[in-house]
Design a protein around this ligand. Sequence first.
Ligand SMILES: NC(=O)C1=CN([C@@H]2O[C@H](COP(=O)(O)OP(=O)(O)OC[C@H]3O[C@@H](n4cnc5c(N)ncnc54)[C@H](OP(=O)(O)O)[C@@H]3O)[C@@H](O)[C@H]2O)C=CC1
Ligand SMILES: O=C(O)CCC(=O)C(=O)O
Length: 432
Amino acid sequence: MASESKRRTDRAAVEPTPAEESALETARRQLNQAAARLEIDPAIVEQLSHPTAVHEVTVPIERDDGSVEVFTGYRAQHDSVKGPFKGGLRYHPEVTRDECVGLAMWMTWKCAVMDLPFGGAKGGIAVDSKALSAGEKERLTRRFTQEIRSVIGPTKDIPAPDMGTDPQTMAWVMDAYSMQEDETIPGVVTGKPPVIGGSEGREKAPGRSVAIITREAIEYYGRDIERTDIAVQGYGSVGANAARLLDRWGANVVAISDVTGGIYDPAGIETHSVPSHDEEPEAVLDHGAPRTVTNDELLELDVDVLIPAAVGNVLTEANAGNISAELIVEGANGPTTSRGQEILTDRGVAVVPDILANAGGVTVSYFEWLQDINRQSWSLERVHEELESEMLAAWDAVRTEKETGAPTWRDAAYAVALSRIADAHDVRGLWP
Ligand SMILES: NC(=O)C1=CN([C@@H]2O[C@H](COP(=O)(O)OP(=O)(O)OC[C@H]3O[C@@H](n4cnc5c(N)ncnc54)[C@H](OP(=O)(O)O)[C@@H]3O)[C@@H](O)[C@H]2O)C=CC1
Ligand SMILES: O=C(O)CCC(=O)C(=O)O
């Protein structure tokens, strides 16, 4: 696509990198670097550096022992030039306003890489979800939904699962929202159980897309998947499903981990016999293996491919020089800091970015939203076929950018995403 906003320049890179950076700082730095290469109107870049809105709400709940606890929740809405805001809800102790804004920015680019008619959002509650009973989690979710009810909706902003939330959480959001609207509105969230309008295949979709993109990248670099050793950090919706699919496709998954640490077996791990986070949290270390590793050690193992699929900021200035993998496929959102990326790039390590690799989640969310508004139900086979085709189309678009001069896979993915977003802003124009 020929585009005014896409012409490359040699403008110098942006600000220096601090030792530690927030998701928002990383996201802004990546935006500025990509925009500098693409010659995008500075007014549009400035606009995209800020969220459209950030809603901060107080969420009081009654604990099972009768006491009242007050939590803070957020919904950050970044950009909606191409359609309603879209993105997950995260329940994690480290959720902050800035983290939600950074993650919302990445959702904008992710939807644009996939050419979905959505913008970017992210939200969550600063809470340790594992310390809540099911009843407490339900009360927290229903109260949070009530607090953000006026800013979400099937044509406004559509939440979905992320870390610490799952299909049941989405069912509570849908129910709380629908009760207030006096009608059943399945399209207000995606990632619901299929029995209430959720899509087949949504839960495993982010892991499936990570596996598809890993498979394509392995082939791109001329490797044989059956002779490829892979380490995966995080064994949840993304990590476990990616590991299991790659294992099924013949790769040698030699290391996996959860929050408590990991296991390493150079002969390969039977991934299906290790419970995922959804099946049983913190169970990876219970599985017998010749060696256990810490999460830091897992990242530096002598493997061909590394898939960080848990939390952000794990590949940093401190360890990027020690990473042995030749290929990193980002399953988590924001696992690589700016300085980590620079060091990895200098060392010739290919990093395929989150906004492409884990985009299967939001893509099947889009399928779910389509099914909801059309009152349809697709088969799992259809979801898999359509996801495969969307992922390959996005991979081709990004690969073309890489082959025509983008220095890194992240630059290539941003070139695809940002040019689409900038063009959309350009034609819609600014309200006077
Ligand atoms: N769910 C989705 O639709 C999508 C999620 N993502 C991103 O993928 C990442 C993982 O999300 P998801 O799989 O949904 O999360 P889950 O909650 O399903 O699983 C997270 C996994 O990571 C482990 N974990 C948690 N903290 C750490 C840590 N500090 N170090 C190592 N492992 C840790 C958990 O361990 P334990 O089991 O012991 O708790 C669990 O195995 C996040 O960055 C998320 O934003 C991206 C796209 C879509
Ligand atoms: O499915 C969605 O809408 C969003 C999933 C998500 O939060 C993500 O891709 O990071």
